[in-house]
Structure formats: C-alpha cells, structure tokens
Design a protein around this ligand. Structure first.
Ligand code: 3PG
Length: 306
C-alpha cells in the first residue's frame, strides 16, 4: 500500500487536509502529515519511507530526493515548481508534477487587492487613485494572468498583456490587447502585474531598463516570485522616482530596508500568501491527491514537469 506524505511548512487549511486524507485513505493508501517543520532533516526523516509526496513551496532538493529511497512521485500542489530539483528527481526516476490552475483565482484576487491597497495609499486616509480608466499590463498570460485580466476589466481598466508563447486568438477571445514586445508592455502600462515563472531565463529579468519605461504614477504588483525582479533595480527606481510604487506578497531580500526608506511607495505582506485561501488549498491539494492515485493506478503522467 503506497504511503503518501503531505509535507508543508506552510500548512493547508484544515478542510483541505481532511479532503486530501479522505481521498488517499479511500484509495486504500497510507496518509502521513508533516506540517510547520523547522529543519530539512525533519522532512528527510518523514519522507524516508514515502512513495509519494505532496508539497507547496517546500524545497525538494537532492538531499530530500536522496533521503526518499521509495519515492516515485512528488506533486507540487500549486503552479510554480522552481522549488523542486527536477534533475535530481529525474536521475532517480521520480516523477514531478504540479497542479496548474488550481490556486490561480486566489492569486489573481490578491494581485487586484494589492493594486487597490497601494493605489489608495495603503489606506492611510489621504486621497489615492482609482483603477478605473487606467491601463494594466499583464506580464505572462497564463492561468493567473487571465483571471487578473477578467477582474481588472470589471474595474474598468484597459488590459494589455505580453506572452510570446501564445496564439493571437487567446488575446482576441479575452478582448485583451496583445503587446508585441515586453518593452512595449512596460512603456504603455501604468499598472503592471507580474505572472512569469522563476527559471533561468526569467531570473532578475524585470530589470532597471524595463522598470524605467513605466509611465508616471507607475504601480508594479508582484504575486509571482521575488527572483524574477532585479532587486537592485527596484531600489534604484524607488530612489529616483517618488511616483513609483511596488506591492508584493513576497518581500524582496532588501525589503526591510526598502520599506524603511520608502514606506509610502512599497508594501509587502509578512508571508507569501497569494494561494492562502481554503478554496485554493482544497483545489490544489485535492488535485495533487487525485493525480497521485491516477499515477499509481493508471500510470497517468498528465501533469509531469520533468
Ligand atoms: C504557486 O506557485 O502555486 C504559488 O506561488 C503558491 O505557493 P504556495 O503554495 O507556497 O502558497
């Protein structure tokens, strides 16, 4: 009977854990839970006899793969899998999957919330500005970007997007203006929402050249990954442009200093919380559990990323 370990430093909502457990146990598998662990060695120990692993942003590096002698599959309950060492997993024939789209609505709602919060001067009582009539640029038009576009249109924003990997028809169907270059996107949008994954090509790719293209009153919202932004460029632009604002649920490494120096211009939530809703936890957690069962029962590798 396969053993499925759910290992999350940042726990799922209890309702999600309950549903994951039920799915695993109804399939006749063993369920184990490790939450809020402090040290990687706790994960090494817990995973040593697991056949399957469900994680969130938890790091699955070569040490974890090595410690998991029985592991056949690891599912990242969420979108970004930059926390999994895909090479180490592949070398041991461990299948890695994600659960695309399952937590996107939660992230998109937070992106819009951050836009409102920073535009209203962090609710400090002074006159801020409205989103209606402003131009929003969406950098990468995937699951989250599409939902942000739809909600932003409800706010009365004009929506543009840049994504070189998609057909024109995707933008046309959603009535989103397609930017033909990333520079054009940053130049034409006062509001910018980042939805690019963190990988070798995107690391620090949102750089000074791009940021400095943004028009007067620029607002940059990042619910993607801190790694995609060049943090020195952010510090430089905040210093040079008192009109520039940045809001994120993932504080940059220099975030404490930036918040001290530019309290009105930047805002970071204390913890990464884009996907922190019961609904997102249930959607992503249940999908992960079901994908594991489909993998063991039918050899289904639909969401394999390695
Ligand atoms: C994701 O990649 O799915 C999001 O960043 C959510 O990450 P989390 O599960 O760690 O909150």
């Amino acid at each position: 009977m396969p053993k499925v370990l759910v290992a999350t430093v940042k726990p799922f909502a209890p309702a999600a854990v309950k549903q994951i457990r039920e799915i695993i146990e109804n399939a006749g598998y063993e369920f184990a839970l490790l939450e809020k662990y402090g040290d990687p060695s706790d994960l090494h120990k817990a995973v040593s006899d697991a056949d399957a692993l469900i994680i969130r942003s938890d790091k699955v590096d070569s040490g974890v793969i090595q410690a998991a002698g029985n592991l056949k599959i690891v599912v990242r309950a969420g979108a970004g899998y930059d926390n999994i060492d895909l090479l180490a997993a592949g070398n041991r024939n461990v299948v890695a999957m994600n659960t695309p789209g399952q937590n996107s609505n939660a992230v998109a709602e937070l992106a819009m919330g951050l836009m409102v919060y920073i535009s209203r001067n962090q609710f400090n009582g002074t006159s801020g500005s409205e989103l209606k009539g402003k131009v929003l640029g969406i950098h990468a038009y995937g699951y989250v970007g599409k939902i942000v576009a739809r909600i932003a249109m409800g706010f009365g924003m004009e929506v543009r997007a840049y994504d070189p990997f998609l057909e024109d028809s995707i933008f046309e169907e959603d009535e989103v203006i397609r930017a033909t270059s990333v520079e054009e996107l940053y130049r034409s949008c006062r509001y910018l929402s980042l939805h690019i994954p963190a990988n070798e090509e995107t690391r620090r790719s949102v750089n000074y050249e791009l940021l400095s293209l943004m028009p007067e009153g620029a607002v940059l919202v990042n619910t993607a990954r801190k790694e995609v932004l060049d943090e020195d460029a952010l510090a430089r632009i905040l210093k040079e442009r008192p009109d520039f604002r940045y809001a994120s649920d993932i504080a940059p490494d220099n975030g404490v200093r930036l918040k001290e120096e530019y309290p009105e211009n930047c805002f970071f939530t204390p913890k990464k919380m884009g996907a922190q809703t019961s609904e997102a936890n249930i959607n992503a957690g249940v999908a992960a559990a079901e994908q594991i069962i489909a993998f063991f029962e039918k050899g289904d590798t639909t969401f394999k990323v390695n």
